[in-house]
Design a protein around this ligand. Structure first.
Ligand SMILES: Nc1ncnc2c1ncn2[C@@H]1O[C@H](COP(=O)(O)OP(=O)(O)OP(=O)(O)O)[C@@H](O)[C@H]1O
Length: 227
């Protein structure tokens, strides 16, 4: 689960706080999307949850480490699918080659990549590369998995594949939080959080937040999505 309580962050010299008392809870195994206009604090919130940024005050409870799937995937170009998923397990988690490989194979199978174990990243489609990055993050057994704009590096035809992938990961019991500008992706998630000027202005299921928006920031995001 993710429990964020009254998180505040103001960067030195900034006129206003980037996060101004953000609180929410996401239950284990749930998929949430964070929407918000540019500059509203989405990436900063994500970075605080991962531990790349330190809040000035407030608490973040994950019950373990957070895994992060980067927008650009950051795969090692000289390693195969399997070895991309084995390396950090060996170096960071100090697992044996056999253990690391077994875990990687299991996750790659769950994500439909068994036929691509020996392929190098440049031989894979964008969606496949993303699934390798997700399998690699899952192999480290994070308590939660966070994504920074998972659809923006992919062409529109692949966006549906992302939703399918997130559902598969959810069915493994993983708690997932996605920062996105993509309203369609938010609609496919279970919980939508809307940030505006460092405040969480809406939170709830997509049917509530996106079909009956109560805040101007949400209405503007929906209007832009329809343009
Ligand atoms: N390291 C930093 N130092 C100073 N200011 C920062 C830093 N990181 C972010 N900010 C400021 O905090 C505000 C929110 O930035 P953030 O990247 O969190 O927004 P965002 O909602 O993710 O935006 P976008 O949708 O454009 O990615 C911006 O005004 C930004 O300039």
């Amino acid at each position: 689960m993710i429990r964020v309580e009254d998180v505040r962050k103001r960067f030195p010299g900034a006129a206003a706080p980037t996060l101004d008392g953000v609180s929410f809870t996401l239950e284990t195994g749930r998929l949430a999307a964070i929407l918000g206009p540019s500059g509203s604090g989405k990436s900063t919130l994500l970075r605080c949850i991962v531990g790349l940024e330190r809040p000035d005050s407030g608490t973040i409870h994950l019950g373990g480490q957070a895994g992060l799937v980067f927008q650009s995937f950051e795969l090692f170009p000289h390693l195969t699918t399997l070895d991309n998923c084995v390396l950090a397990q060996r170096l960071v988690a100090k697992r044996s080659r056999a253990d690391a490989e077994a875990r990687a194979r299991q996750l790659l199978e769950a994500l439909g990549l068994t036929h691509r174990l020996d392929a190098y990243p440049d031989m894979l489609s964008g969606g496949q590369r993303q699934r390798v990055a997700i399998a690699r993050a899952l192999a480290m057994e994070p308590a939660v998995l966070l994504y920074d704009e998972p659809t923006s590096a992919l062409d529109p035809s692949l966006r549906r594949e992302v939703v399918e992938t997130l559902r598969r990961v959810g069915s493994l019991g993983m708690t997932q939080l996605v920062v996105t500008h993509d309203v369609a992706l938010a609609r496919a998630s279970e919980v939508v959080l809307v940030l505006d000027h460092g405040h969480l202005v809406e939170q709830g299921p997509p049917q509530q937040v996106l079909d009956a928006p109560r805040h101007d920031a949400t209405r503007r995001l929906l209007a832009q999505a329809h343009d």
